[in-house]
Structure formats: structure tokens, C-alpha cells
Design a protein around this ligand. Sequence first.
Ligand SMILES: *[C@@H]1O[C@H](CO)[C@@H](O)[C@H](O)[C@H]1NC(C)=O
Ligand SMILES: *[C@@H]1O[C@H](CO)[C@@H](O)[C@H](O)[C@H]1NC(C)=O
Ligand SMILES: *[C@@H]1O[C@H](CO)[C@@H](O)[C@H](O)[C@H]1NC(C)=O
Length: 404
Amino acid sequence: MDRTKSAKVSLFAVWTILLVLNVNGQSGCDTHRFANNIAFTSCTPLSALGSFLHWNYNGQNSTVSIAYRHPGTSSSSWIAWGLNPSGARMVGTQALVAFTNSSGQFQAYTSSVDDFSTQLQPGSLSFGVSLVSATLVNGEATIFATLELPANLVMTNQVWQEGPVANGVPQTHQRTGDNMRSIGRIDFRTGQSSASGGSSGNRLRRRNTHGILNAVSWGVLLPMGAMMARYMKVFTAPTWFYLHIVFQVSGYVIGVSGWATGIKLGNDSPGTSYSTHRNLGIALFTFATLQVFALLLRPKPDHKYRFYWNVYHHTVGYATIILSIINIFKGFDILDPEDKWRWAYIGILIFFGACVVILEPLTWFIVLRRKSRGGNTVAAPISNKYSNGVNGTTSTTGQHHQDA
Ligand SMILES: *[C@@H]1O[C@H](CO)[C@@H](O)[C@H](O)[C@H]1NC(C)=O
Ligand SMILES: *[C@@H]1O[C@H](CO)[C@@H](O)[C@H](O)[C@H]1NC(C)=O
Ligand SMILES: *[C@@H]1O[C@H](CO)[C@@H](O)[C@H](O)[C@H]1NC(C)=O
């Protein structure tokens, strides 16, 4: 049992490291390599929706070849990027659009956005465009095009967006968060992008860091620590106790740093509010901190208040885990990473669920059998110090140790 458990633990460790490396490996401006060795001299991370604009500007004939890159594009969403000489807004944008059409091909075309109810119908732009194409590889979409820029468009407004596709037709995008902030300035000649664009690559990195830290701590370490307390107790006292402490304390430390990055991200973007996610996060931090302090106030195993302490510890503990999982999915909705991350986390939860389904009856079986033999329900040699106050034979508190 111990061996399979530690094998599972190391499997998770490896898995988690891979997850971290892979998300960090998502390439930004400097590290991105295009297929066919196409090279762009300029690049800027855009200030919202995790997008990038790469380009080559040719001053002689005033053309610019661009690549608009949007990681995290599914086959049921459209993406668009365009220039709007008439203002920093949607209407008037001369756009390049791409989505997976009903024949299953990722199709790119131009569209002039003339009103709010646009369905991004194909249409010509106010300037010449050639070599329009798009690729969708591993969930990363890129639109390529060459624009013949009139003088007033060398420095202008850029607008980019993503939204859902239904029945082969682009639908209205969300009206919250990043979808409302995906506007900026671009100067193709000097290579400068929107004022807010400078720090956005950094911001994307911070959002990903926040997501990883919290998914690993609140979403993996804390539930694992709780399962150790519950299922290893019958086999390995007092090892379970130390493992529980190690997992919960490291989960708490990593979780608090992830939480702090989230609070900072929230404070840095006053225009955006993910209030449910934020409030849940604050509640979780409070619960987890209470748990850590409760440890210091833990009554001795045979103290008459120990029963109440146990009830409290388990209630707050399980509530924290359930709320954490809910908040991680809220976070997935906000960060909107590639689907595989959400599925990876769902896979972990299914694994946890399977462990519970197998270990719960097994634990009960062992406990009841030991009890019927009149022995200790916890592994020998048992030290009362670690057994959460109940030694299994007679319970002065009336609470079975299994409620741990
Ligand atoms: C602009 O100049 C570049 C390089 O001189 C050339 O490759 C490109 O075809 C020209 N584009 C147009 C539209 O004339
Ligand atoms: C889908 O896109 C491809 C490539 O642009 C095009 O050849 C095809 O006609 C499109 N299909 C539909 C249904 O629009
Ligand atoms: C532990 O077991 C002994 C009898 O073996 C009993 O007297 C004692 O009350 C038990 N302690 C607790 C905390 O249940």
C-alpha cells in the first residue's frame, strides 16, 4: 500500500512538473518560431486575450506583412484582428477573420465591421490586402496577411477579438473582461504598440503563473493531503500525520503565493472584475489560514473539546477543498487556456474520485474487522498523540476515528 501510494505521489510530481513546463513553454514574442521559417522583425504581445502581433514593415511601398497569433483557439471559435482608422472601437474596423468553417477547414478572409450586429461576413477592406491565410495548430491560431497601408494607417488603432461560432456563423463575442479591453494603438514604422501593450506579455505570464500555482496547491496538494489523513491512517500511524502536515503546509504556502498573485492581478486591472472568483479566493484564503491556526489550538486527544475540534477541522477542511475545486473551474473560465488543461485537471479529479471509491470501503472494512477483533483500529504501534484523539477501542467522545 505504502509503495503504491508513493508511486502515485511521484507520478503526480512528474505530471505536475510537466504541466508547469508545458504552460511556461507557450511561446511569446521572442521565442516563437513560425513554420516554414517565416521571420518577422517586429512583435508585440497585445494587451488582452493573450494574443501577439508579428509584422514586417516595408517603408518603400508602405506594405506590412502581419501574423496575428492567438493561442487557445478552439475549432468552435472565431478570431479577428484589424485596423480602425476611425477610432479606438469596433465599428469601422477593417478586419481579418478566421474560424473553422462547416467543411472543417480553418478559413481566413477579410471583413469590414460596419455595425454592432455584424456576423463578420466576407467583404473587401478600405485598403489592399493580399496573401490572406490562417493556420490552427495545437489550438494556436495565426492569421497571415499583407496589407497595403495608406499613410493614415501606418500609425492607427488596432482591434482584436474572439468569439464563438455556431452553425458555421460567427456569433457575438462576450461583453466582459478581456473582450472589452482588446483595443490599442499600433505604429508599424517605429514598432511601437498600444500604451497598455508593453506589460501585457508580462501580465499573461502572471496570469498563467497564478493559475498553475493555485491549481497545484488548492486543487492537487490539499485534496491529496486530506486523502492521506483519511486513508493512510489505518495503515501507517504516525506516517500519515506527518504526510498530512507536509502536504497541507506546502499546499498552503504555494496556495498563498498563488492567491497573492491573483489579488495583485485583480488590483492591477480595475476595469475587469471577476468578483465571484475573487470573493471565493478570499474566502478560501480565510478558511485555509483558520485551518493552520486551528492546528496550534488543537486540544489534546483525550480532551473533551477534541471532538468539537475534529468536527470543526473536517468541516472547514472539506469545505475548503470543495470551494477550491469550484474556484479552479471559475479560473479556467477566466484564463481560458487550451481545453487540454481543463481536461487534465478533470482527469486528476477523476483519479481522486477513483481513489475515494476504492479506499473508502477498504478502510471501513479494515476498521470494522479490527474493531470486531477488539483490536486497535489504527495501525500498531499506535501513538495516541497522532490518532486525532480516538484510540479506536473505546471512544470517550463517541466519535469514531473514521470521521477523520
Ligand atoms: C513591396 O516591396 C517588397 C520588397 O521590396 C516586395 O516584396 C513587395 O512585393 C512589394 N509589395 C507591393 C504591394 O508592391
Ligand atoms: C471552408 O474553407 C475552405 C478554405 O478556405 C474553402 O475552400 C471552403 O469552400 C470553405 N467551406 C465553406 C462551407 O465555406
Ligand atoms: C483508549 O482506550 C482505553 C482502553 O483501551 C480507554 O480506557 C480510553 O478511554 C481510550 N481513550 C480514548 C481517547 O478513547
